[in-house]
Design a protein around this ligand. Structure first.
Ligand code: NAD
Ligand code: TYD
Length: 368
């Protein structure tokens, strides 16, 4: 059996592929367009690996996706591929519409064609779990769509955390495009019976995170002696989830999630941005003290706020815990320490991203 992962050269998809290959014998076909956010250096340890097939391509390329599905006969497709950065979506929403909405639609159509040609059921009747079956069937196949808590909009300070039943109220071009993709996935289940699962998670952090997002940007800027730009008053709240915990949640939903359901995934770590930045500075002060003895916190600078900036996100993760027994393994304290240490231990990955050399590295070292 095989799984097809899209966006597996990005931050979360890359961590997912690395963990999957390390944790089981099942091969992965990894389809990624290699936009600026795709980094094959993240997957350097899998070069030549017999269970990892990398294919550079677009989820919206229906002919390519159909060929990959026919060739590899995956038992599941896990869709991480997306444009993912809110600030970029504000300055240029076009790519977000193209990949997150149109791309998801085309992917769904290719997958629907493949799934409808699979042999009928049997695995339920035979009492076997999907993973034990030798080849995929209509019953055992899964399409797992990875989405975000940002589709629910912004919470007031005393609102309860987002539950799966919350209304969709996306505010940024990014979250609106993800909301649209979630609706398409839902509709393909209700209309065509495609066996889908959707996860909506909070802000991830951890290794291999592109340094345009808050935590990795603060680490690399601090080390480079640059300003640490905090938007507005820095009191916006995000709910942080260590990326490896997110990956374990996706594996669990794939294994046991109820068809057509959505599962919120979060780490119960609501924190204002300024607290995150100060925590990163304190860890760097401890692990890589500055020569002059001053704190990295001296580099913090408050800058103009993001337009339409959502004030607070928080995930109620009780459904996935209750139904599937999933819980995060990391606290924020343990996860952020591991993350800062990872950036200190991997200066080459960081330098190649900062200089842009990771793009060349891709074509030289890992040509498809
Ligand atoms: P990322 O930007 O780091 O990676 C996205 C990957 O998708 C890149 O490798 C890119 O090359 C690839 N890609 C983009 N367009 C593509 C296309 N048209 N066809 C094929 N590949 C394409 O993103 P991430 O942080 O790893 O996020 C993965 C998924 O998780 C996204 O769907 C995102 O919306 C969702 N998500 C992320 C977070 C977070 O905190 N990072 C939180 C909630 C949900
Ligand atoms: P980000 O990592 O871009 O994720 P998202 O917008 O999807 O939540 O931003 C996290 C929070 O940090 C968000 O409230 C915006 C804020 N932020 C800053 O204050 N400064 C920065 O330089 C960045 C990139 C983000």
């Amino acid at each position: 059996m095989t799984i097809l992962v899209t966006g597996g050269a990005g931050f979360i998809g890359g961590n997912f592929v690395l963990d999957w290959i390390a944790g089981c014998d099942e091969p992965v076909v990894n389809l990624d367009k290699l936009t600026y956010a795709g980094n094959l250096q993240t997957l350097a340890s899998l070069q030549g690996h017999p269970r990892h097939t990398f294919v550079q391509g677009d989820i919206g390329d229906r002919a390519l996706v159909e060929r990959l599905l026919a060739q590899h006969q995956p038992r599941a497709v896990i869709n991480f591929a997306a444009e993912s950065h809110v600030d970029r979506s504000i300055h240029g929403p076009g790519d977000f519409i193209e990949t997150n909405i149109v791309g998801t639609y085309k992917l769904l159509e290719a997958v629907r064609g493949y799934w409808s040609g699979l042999p009928d059921g049997g695995i339920r009747a035979q009492g076997r779990a999907p993973t034990e079956s030798q080849s995929p069937t209509k019953d055992s196949f899964r399409f797992l769509h990875v989405s975000t808590d940002e589709v629910y909009g912004s919470l007031a300070p005393t609102d309860p955390a987002f539950a799966e039943t919350n209304r969709y109220e996306p505010n940024s071009p990014y979250s609106a495009s993800k909301a649209a993709s979630d609706h398409l996935v839902r509709a393909w289940h209700h209309t065509y019976g495609l066996p889908v699962l959707t996860t909506n998670c909070s802000n991830n952090y951890g290794p291999y995170h592109f340094p345009e997002k808050l935590i990795p940007l603060m680490i690399v800027n601090a080390l480079a002696g640059k300003h640490l730009p905090v938007y507005g008053d820095g009191m916006q709240i995000r709910d942080w989830l260590y990326v490896k915990d997110h990956c374990s949640a996706i594996r669990r939903v794939l294994e046991a999630g109820r068809l057509g359901e959505t599962y919120n995934v979060g780490g119960w770590n609501e924190k204002p941005n300024i607290e995150i930045v100060k925590t990163v500075c304190a860890l760097l002060d401890e692990l890589r003290p500055k020569a002059d003895g001053s704190s990295y916190a001296g580099q913090i600078s408050y800058v103009t706020d993001r337009p339409g900036h959502d004030r607070r996100y928080a995930i109620d993760a009780r459904k996935i815990e209750r139904e599937l027994g999933w819980k995060p393994a990391e606290t924020f304290e343990s996860g952020i320490r591991k993350t800062v240490q990872w950036y200190l231990d991997n200066p080459e990955w960081v330098a190649n991203v900062q200089s842009g050399a990771y793009r060349e590295w891709v074509s030289k070292q890992y040509a498809p």
